[in-house]
Design a protein around this ligand. Structure first.
Ligand code: GTP
Ligand code: MG
Length: 326
């Protein structure tokens, strides 16, 4: 692989928004030479620290995910932190206005980069482009906020991409809580009951959520790496408890770093990214030739530990092309 120009990499790491936009366009470009350039860029970046905390906010339509994001970025920007916002949305709204909800007419500050993606199928969930974008952005900023709409499957999907998953619910979100109780949905790292400006409804939602969580929790394993998912009543409209939500995000990040959890999550995310790329490149048949998801996992882990994810991916693609052509 020919290395990417140092100027491009330096500009990305420096959070130059034009450079970020160009690099994300490159990831989406389907021409083979551009795809090769994109992989080279990811390969170069993957030798550098991936220091951003990836926070996934998910939940049913209209619960206030975008409103919460626009609140969450305020203290980050004040603290001089660089923030990327990725909205994965079935209706593919592109403007910053839609992304930031009712408050979205404002101009994004210079330390904030935002981009929307359509939710195209990737193992039935998040778009491949969004996955790769987060992959790249982890090297360019301090925090990435990913918004996804959904109930059920997409929460599991966002967990494959985010370091910290926040499930946003609102009063009367019984279906979602049923999913947690029934074990259909993984327990999120943080539950935010939004719209708590309506006191009565919020109190009821808070106790329902706590009850669902208590039923779903399994006994903690002996090595105490477990995280007790907090349930927080918040309001994006009145700023209620937004500092508590920010603190919980920080606390979870510290927890991930203090235990081996971050390393484990990142390894899973890298593998998930690899599987998405393999599906894109060689389809279900190619994936089957590698032994399906299990086969890819085994082959991926057999690659040298010092190899970047891009090198692991290239080796697997080469082997599947060899097998399917012979
Ligand atoms: N009362 C009240 N309304 C809120 C609050 N947060 C958001 N809203 C309103 O709820 C509506 C939806 O908010 P959004 O932030 O766009 O919700 P969303 O989850 O991003 O919606 P989708 O992206 O369409 O899934 C808007 O009219 C908001 O003004 C809140 O804390 N309290
Ligand atoms: Mg939204």
């Amino acid at each position: 692989m020919t290395p990417s120009p140092p100027s491009t990499v330096a500009a990305l790491v420096d959070f130059n928004r034009q450079a970020i936009a160009r690099a994300l366009n490159l990831l989406e470009d389907r021409r083979p030479d551009r795809q090769a350039q994109a992989l080279t860029l990811l390969d170069t970046l993957s030798t550098l620290p991936a220091a951003a905390q990836v926070v996934g906010l998910t939940g049913p339509p209209g619960v206030g995910k975008s409103s919460l994001i626009s609140r969450l970025i305020e203290p980050q920007v004040q603290a001089g932190r660089r923030v990327a916002i990725i909205a994965v949305d079935p209706s593919s709204r592109v403007s910053g206005g839609a992304l930031l909800g009712d408050r979205g007419r404002m101009q994004l500050p210079a330390q904030v980069y935002a981009r929307s993606y359509a939710a195209r199928n990737r193992l039935g969930g998040l778009s491949r482009e969004a996955f790769s974008a987060v992959f790249l952005l982890r090297h360019c900023c301090d925090v990435i906020l990913v918004e996804t709409v959904g109930v059920g499957q997409s929460e599991t999907d966002i967990a494959a991409l985010a370091d910290t998953t926040v499930l946003v619910v609102q009063p009367f979100s019984g279906d979602l809580l049923q999913f947690i109780k029934a074990g259909v949905m993984e327990i999120p790292d943080i539950l935010a009951v939004n719209k708590a400006d309506n006191q009565t409804l919020a109190q009821k939602a808070l106790s329902d959520t706590q009850a669902a969580l208590a039923l779903a929790r399994r006994p903690a394993p002996p090595e105490s790496e477990t995280w007790d998912s907090p349930v927080l009543a918040v309001s994006a409209a009145t700023n209620l408890n937004m500092d508590t939500l920010n603190q919980a995000l920080r606390a979870h990040w510290q927890h991930l770093q203090a235990t081996a959890s971050l390393e484990k999550r990142r390894a899973t995310q890298n593998l998930e990214w690899g599987i998405g790329e393999i599906l894109h490149e060689v389809g279900q048949r190619g994936l089957a030739a590698l032994g399906g998801v299990e086969g890819v996992r085994a082959a991926w882990n057999q690659q040298p530990a010092h190899w970047s994810v891009v090198r692991k991916l290239s080796a697997l693609l080469e082997s599947v092309r060899y097998r399917t052509s012979s």
